[in-house]
Write a protein that binds this ligand. Structure first.
Ligand code: HEM
Length: 371
């Protein structure tokens, strides 16, 4: 039994008795603002950063290119040149070491929230990937542009400095790793170590420039309805079933009034991944919370759980509802679909030929390595 699964009943008790701990700020930020026009695709500067160089300040390789093909070639050869120069070619075992270190950092959370940094790490991985636009092929997890302002300051990314700061510790120990690989691997660790399914993953992302950063408004606004969800997730290339499957991540973690303005957890076990999010959506009676904050729902029975307007639409929209019901009834089905869609989410914006392998890797859980 995993540590988190063991801890879950305890957490359950803690959360059901919980009161919002963060003092509510009366002037909360709107979740997104109107997006400016996306940057033109051509002349995108590509910075090939192998952390060892950056950290040591020895040198950096970068390439400018007018066509995507040339850019991809430059990227590939740049990475190869850098690896040859450092004489270090990381193997799957090296990435497993990074996985294990992230798992330690994640669990060393003391009194933070519900006792794990897992949920906020997953949110970092998702927000760094979910900026993808399939038309312009911009955004996504490739360049880890949330390191730069103004993307780090976008309202949707409030609070993610915690997760980025934690990952700096890991980066310092494994300087050869790109930030995009680090953050998405952290998302994989979070899901797998919080009792979720295996998430197929592979490395190959590279560090980009501030000029690769995406405009504000690409991530979903929780106060909106199904039209908005579709506009945002169709832009990334997902369909209705995948929108619903991804939303189940809200079984984990909580809202913070000083980050998004919303407050509270979605489930009674916010550091163990289950399909409770879907079950609770249908089994509980949800009423609008009466408070001086953004519109959110609370469960009538305990008033300790919450749903965002965008969560609640999964029970109201006919197409979404069909999938949400199926996931409420069958956790295995949801785990299977969630695993597939998260794996794709974390690869948005990464050209196929940049990955070091065409096969996806299944990283080992910490518990599996003990046996
Ligand atoms: C469907 C559209 C979505 C909306 C509108 C949305 C909105 C939000 C909001 C407002 C918060 C609270 C942030 C805070 O106050 O700390 C949050 C937290 C979170 N979201 Fe989402 N989200 C969406 C989709 C997703 C997806 C696709 C994932 C992952 C696959 C995800 C994972 C999480 C996690 C794990 C947290 C908890 C973070 C923590 O505990 O610190 N969300 N989300």
């Amino acid at each position: 039994m995993s540590f988190t699964a063991f801890r879950a009943p305890l957490r359950r008790a803690v959360v059901s008795a919980a009161t919002p701990r963060a003092a509510f700020r009366s002037s909360y930020r709107r979740f997104t603002t109107t997006p400016p026009e996306p940057r033109p695709k051509s002349n995108t500067p590509l910075f090939i950063g192998i952390g060892a160089f950056v950290t040591a300040g020895a040198f950096a390789l970068y390439a400018y290119s007018d066509s995507g093909k040339d850019a991809a070639t430059s990227v590939k050869s740049g990475i190869q040149a850098a690896r040859v120069a450092t004489r270090f070619v990381p193997t799957k075992d090296d990435y497993q070491k990074v996985y294990n270190r992230i798992a330690e950092v994640m669990d060393d959370a003391g009194d933070y929230d519900d006792g794990s940094y897992g949920p906020v790490l997953l949110r970092l991985a998702w927000h760094s990937s979910g900026t993808y636009d399939k038309e312009t092929k911009t955004g996504g997890s490739n360049f880890a542009t949330m390191r730069f302002e103004p993307e780090s300051l976008h309202g949707a990314n409030n609070g993610l400095g915690v997760a980025r700061g934690l990952m700096e510790k890991v980066k310092a120990e494994f300087p050869w790793l790109s930030y995009g690989d680090l953050w998405t691997l952290a998302g994989v660790v979070a899901i797998q170590e919080m009792a979720g399914p295996k998430i197929p993953w592979r490395p190959g992302r590279i560090d980009g420039f501030a000029t690769d950063a995406t405009p504000d408004g690409r991530l979903p606004d929780a106060s909106q309805a199904s039209d908005h969800l579709r506009a945002i997730f169709y832009r990334m290339g997902f369909n209705d079933q995948e929108i619903v499957a991804l939303s189940g991540a809200h079984a984990l973690g909580r809202c913070h009034s000083d980050r998004s303005g919303f407050e509270g957890p979605w489930t009674f076990s916010p550091i163990t991944l289950t399909n409770d999010y879907y079950k609770l959506l249908f089994d509980e009676k949800w009423v609008w919370k009466k408070w001086n904050g953004p519109k959110q729902l609370e469960d009538k029975k305990t008033r300790s759980l919450m749903m965002l307007p965008t969560d609640y639409v999964l029970t109201q929209d006919k197409s979404f509802k069909k999938y949400a019901k199926a996931y409420a009834e069958d956790q295995d089905l949801w785990f299977k679909d969630f695993s597939n869609v998260v794996s794709r989410l974390f690869e948005l914006g990464v050209p196929e030929n940049q990955f070091v392998t065409s096969e996806h890797w299944i990283m080992k859980n910490v518990d599996e390595q003990k046996n």
